[in-house]
Design a protein around this ligand. Sequence first.
Ligand SMILES: *[C@@H]1O[C@H](CO)[C@@H](O)[C@H](O)[C@H]1NC(C)=O
Length: 255
Amino acid sequence: MHCLRSLFGLGLVTLCLSGVMWGCVSGYQVGVGRADCTGPPVEIHFMGYANIKQVGRGLHLRQFARAFVVEDEPQASRLRFSRCGGTHTHGGPGGFLMHLLYDISILGFVPRPSRRSFRVATWLSIKRATDNMVDGKILTQLLVDLDNNLLGAFNWYAVHPTSMNNTNKLVTSDNMGYAAILLEKEYNTNKVPGKGKFVGAFCSSNLGDVSPNIMGPRCSISGNECDLLTSKCPQKEGECFASGPGRDMLRALRS
Ligand SMILES: *[C@@H]1O[C@H](CO)[C@@H](O)[C@H](O)[C@H]1NC(C)=O
């Protein structure tokens, strides 16, 4: 089979990159990389819930850019293909987007350090991946070397990262970032999060409004179920919001 000359970068930031392209499954050079892209953990308004009261007060989970690079044998007419994708979180410092609408609830654009941390870490993760390329293969969603040693793994997971709700003030990569940290911990024995050779990523797919808050929408004061059609609560029964599983958002995240 004629393999497409391809290079794809798959990286992750809180907003990560992702990409796919393979014409055949072996004879590639593969590399994985990771870089810390955690923005300013305090003082900056969070992006995601557009809640003006959600201002950073510390750190819960670091955010990482992750890159998966695949290249087949270099050739003059090499076709390059790359794709970026974001896992996203609702618990990260905002102000990195160029569109006015997204910067209103942040109270302005924050070129440094918010935007810069993403830019530099995304570049660094791809650089680390391309600097450490080895002969390898793609096995479905795994990158392995020719001896089948696992280098990296990625998947697309359809759930919204909203285990941490809009009262959270600690910078967090939410459920998808936490899943990636746990996966990496499994293969990078005795390493702190963000260190170690294995890179694992949970990328966003068709998450739409797939909620992780499986205890369903309830009124904050009465605890009754919200109105099914309008998602509203009767007067004096409080706000309607979904939660769970577990007693609080940290337990929800871990479930
Ligand atoms: C968010 O979660 C906390 C528990 O961790 C809870 O006390 C609070 O009511 C929740 N708020 C919303 C709006 O979901």
